[in-house]
Design a protein around this ligand. Structure first.
Ligand code: ZN
Length: 511
């Protein structure tokens, strides 16, 4: 019964990590700000408990026995796959001192409060010492984990296994070569009208419509809920309780709509993992200490971006749902037709804030953050020089001047919470979404249903090929199985090029 015993231990680790996640959800949705310091300790204690369970002598004994017990099974079997993932996690965590993990988790909780104040005052100097500590802890963790070429590779491993500083350079160079000329070309064209998106949209109506659209794409509210937060996110406590949040801006309606579609896309991933994998290594990130069914952060992001952008901003989707959005906002959209609405929600122009960036310029925001993180981790860029480096990159990639640090280097929460090495996931998600969407639409029944505004066959294809497998296969294994290729930017680049040529085509007038 050693294999069964191993699974039971992993089940308990999954329980601890779910407790961690719900404390984290509470901290971001409900907790008063005064709770952050003690909450940081509670989270750190749970993270260290989970880590100590993974590296315990009991676990090692069970693992040895389970390996013997399953040695005769086929190499690709579920049992051997699960055992191999536990082995990998034991090796990984044996290298990271618990004290470092504790320091990082505690500083991450306090750091978010310090960052929030610094951002409110646009005062980078008050955040710099915390960030210096966080970079140093991450550097020590990278050294402890070990790496071949670059310390950044070690940090990325828990978010996007297989990706390295070198592989990202290749991917990003291809994307930059395609995206920057498109952005420049659009800069010369007349912008479509979008004033009506900035009219006054009551929050209650926005909430109601966001819930409706999340349901439309298949997010199950029996196993989910939608709350309001400053920074939207999705988190699951097994596939049976998958929560999402969005945020509202009264005078910018797309924020809540596309925020909800994005997070519901993440939610669909977790809600559709094979129920047989619940509490197993295929629904537990034992390396990242996170109870999640998605196989990498980038793979997760592929699902959110697919539903937000490829589906949620498509003419087909609005051919079906424009009457509903007009009914939800009869005054605000009274002088707008479907075509004008679709053009407006696909408008592109360089902007300073990542989370408000349009689909085309979004990856430029990511690439500049990855450049900066790599330099911070290798030590070629000092924290004190960060604002200057940031502003120079924004100018280089987007042609904009940054008026203050709140609109610049202080805008994202990631570094304050200790996450360094995760920004690439957004762009990998975009690339993967492009690849999956193009492949799925090669199936005539999926393409014709989508043209009629019915995306259920697409969801079924994604569930079959990606979602149900949880963490059984790597990201690239999933891509090869479903599209015949590992991560490949060509379909994404083709999609962006054709979409923006259509919206900003030579004959397009600005209306
Ligand atoms: Zn996301």
């Amino acid at each position: 019964m050693s294999y069964a015993g191993l699974l039971e231990t992993v089940g308990r680790i999954n329980d601890v990590l779910n407790a961690y996640s719900i404390l984290n959800w509470d901290a971001r949705v409900m907790m008063p700000p005064g709770g952050s310091e003690t909450r940081g300790k509670q989270l750190a204690t749970l993270a260290v408990i989970a880590q100590s369970m993974i590296v315990s002598d009991d676990m090692r004994r069970q693992l040895d026995a389970a390996e013997r017990e399953t040695a005769g099974l086929a190499e690709g079997s579920v049992e051997r796959g699960m055992v191999a993932q536990v082995r990998e996690a034991v090796g990984y965590h044996s290298r990271i001192p618990a004290e470092l993990l504790r320091q990082k988790t505690e500083l991450g909780s306090v750091g978010q409060e310090i960052w929030a104040t610094a951002r409110a005052n646009s005062d980078f100097k008050s955040f710099a010492p915390t960030l210096e500590k966080m970079v140093e802890i991450n550097r020590q963790i990278a050294e402890a984990i070990g790496y071949k070429a670059h310390p950044y590779d070690a940090l990325m491993y828990r978010f996007e296994p297989g990706e390295t500083a070198a592989s990202l350079t290749v991917l990003f160079d291809k994307l930059k070569a395609a995206i920057i000329p498109l952005v420049r070309a659009i800069g010369q064209k007349q912008q479509p009208r979008a004033d009506f998106l900035e009219r006054s949209y009551p929050e209650a109506a926005q909430l109601g419509f966001a819930v409706d659209m999340a349901k439309v794409i298949g997010y199950d509210f029996n196993r989910g809920r939608l709350d309001t937060t400053v920074h939207p996110f999705e988190v699951s406590f097994t596939r049976n309780d998958v929560r999402i949040t969005t945020r509202f801006n009264k005078s910018h309606m797309p924020m809540s709509l596309f925020g909800a579609l994005h997070e519901a896309g993440h939610g669909l991933y977790e809600q559709n993992v094979d129920p047989a994998y619940t509490r197993t290594p295929f629904a537990t990130d034992l390396v990242g200490l996170y109870a999640v069914g998605g196989v990498s952060f980038g793979a997760h992001e592929s699902q959110s971006r697919l539903w937000e952008n490829h589906v949620g901003r498509s003419p087909e989707f609005w051919a079906q749902h424009f009457p509903a959005i007009r009914a939800a906002y009869p005054e605000q959209l009274k002088d707008v037709d479907e075509a004008a609405f679709v053009r407006a929600i696909n408008r592109s122009r360089p902007s300073l804030i990542r989370v408000e960036a349009d689909e085309l310029t979004y990856d430029l925001h990511i690439m500049l953050r990855v450049d900066i993180e790599r330099q911070l981790v290798e030590g070629s860029l000092k924290v004190k020089d960060l604002p200057e480096a940031w502003n120079a990159k924004i100018k280089e990639y987007l042609g904009l001047d940054v008026p203050n640090d709140a609109m610049g280097v202080l805008q994202d929460v990631h570094w304050s919470s200790g996450q360094i090495g995760t920004f690439c996931n957004y762009t990998i998600g975009n690339v993967m979404a492009g690849q999956l969407y193009a492949k799925a639409r090669e199936t005539p029944a999926i393409a014709s249903a989508a043209k009629a505004g019915n995306f259920a066959p697409l969801r079924a294809w994604l569930t079959e090929n990606i979602l149900q497998h949880g963490r059984r296969y790597t990201r690239d294994e999933l891509l090869v199985r479903s599209t015949g290729r590992a991560l490949d930017p060509a379909p994404y680049i083709a999609y962006l090029t054709s979409k923006y040529s259509e919206i900003y085509g030579p004959d397009r007038k600005g209306n």
